[in-house]
Design a binder for this molecule. Structure first.
Ligand SMILES: [Zn+2]
Length: 358
């Protein structure tokens, strides 16, 4: 759902604290791992909290009640509450933080602003034609051949394989010592890097040869489903003033900080929930009229003052929209087989930032 492998290097995602063998009864989904969220979970007898921001991010030297992280860890352990974080991997799935933000703002024709690269390989295997369908099906079942909105993507070309089995070999075709040739398919399909092991295992299980000829090619193609930020178009152009009013209302931000930009109307919009200043240049390159992100520093505003309407709409406000989406996705994968297995999921929302106006 949110592969840990697509998280930034140096991020810390996955199960931070808990017992892998626990049976989950009630899940709380929250943006931040806080003591208040843990107390909320305990009150509802939840034994798993799924957060966006990680509990353990910086190295820690001890777990005591002298720090918020230590106190929270002790509380979670004491009350047998597990904690799992999906951080930059949740930022990087198409439907995640940025997909939810773009959808809330009515952005259409959405594509990923900075797609993930180096996340794909191509697996090519040489299969006797009698076994092509079996091998291909097994590789697809293990997750290979997915491409944007398509699955079961593969290519086959026909050819002749040659080999001579040496002593000690037990060849599937032909005899030891004789030069053999076989009608084969060159079967190839794209595969996400982190699925390679499982796909190769499935291929080996169904391939009849004792020694299998296969190649794994790293691809530099961008991934269509994974990456940071999102960009697309509003259905019709709106004035900067109306757009600001719209963003504030849709996100519920107490106050927006922004640069006026030079365009009268906004049509092309880039978003990056949370701290997305490093994508400002990419948004300008892709001709965004406006970008909505958070944690923008003064100098980033100054440097891009005339480039576009750059809007800081709050870290919490630009990320919280993913929580109900994440809850729905979790619900769909833990759908119960019986009524007694039903897992309830509750959102915990609490913005630490308040706005003082007037
Ligand atoms: Zn964040």
């Amino acid at each position: 759902m949110v592969p840990p492998a697509i998280a930034w290097k140096g991020d810390n995602v996955g199960l931070h604290l808990g017992n892998r063998s626990d049976t989950i009864k009630h899940i709380v989904v929250a943006l931040d791992p806080t003591l208040e969220a843990a107390q909320f979970a305990k009150k509802r007898n939840a034994n798993l909290i799924v957060t966006h921001h990680p509990l353990f991010f910086h190295p820690i030297k001890n777990i005591t009640d002298s720090s918020p992280v230590g106190a929270l860890s002790l509380y979670l352990a004491q009350h047998k509450i597990n904690l799992y974080s999906a951080h930059t991997n949740l930022d990087s799935v198409r439907w995640g933080v940025n997909g939810a933000l773009a959808e809330r703002l009515g952005v259409t024709n959405v594509s990923i602003l900075s797609p993930l690269s180096d996340s794909m390989v191509k697996i090519t295997v040489f299969v006797p034609r009698t076994h092509t369908e079996r091998v291909a099906a097994a590789m697809h079942d293990a997750g290979a051949g997915m491409f944007a909105h398509y699955d079961h993507c593969s290519f086959r070309s026909s050819g002749t394989g040659t080999f001579r089995a040496g002593s000690g070999a037990t060849p599937y075709l032909g005899t030891v010592g004789a030069l053999e040739s076989a009608d084969e398919h060159r079967l190839e399909m794209p595969c996400e890097v982190w699925k390679t092991g499982e796909v190769l295992a499935a291929m080996r299980k169904t391939h009849p040869y004792e020694e299998i000829a296969y190649d794994i090619y790293p691809l530099s193609n961008s991934h269509a489903e994974f990456g940071l930020g999102a960009i697309g178009d509003l259905r019709k152009p709106v004035s900067v003033k109306d757009f600001l009013r719209f963003v504030q209302k849709k996100l519920g931000t107490g106050a927006l900080r922004y640069t006026a930009g030079t365009k009268k109307n906004i049509r092309r919009v880039a978003v990056c929930g949370g701290s997305g200043s490093e994508l400002i240049g990419e948004a300008i390159r892709q001709k965004a009229d406006a970008m909505i992100t958070a944690d923008i520093k003064y100098h980033a505003f100054r440097d891009n003052e005339h480039a576009m309407t750059l809007i800081d709409a709050g870290h919490y406000e630009t990320e919280r929209l993913v929580l109900p989406v994440l809850a729905r996705r979790i619900r769909s994968i833990v759908a119960p087989r019986t009524r007694s297995q039903r897992i309830s999921i509750t959102l915990y929302e609490n913005n630490p930032v308040h706005y003082h106006a007037g």
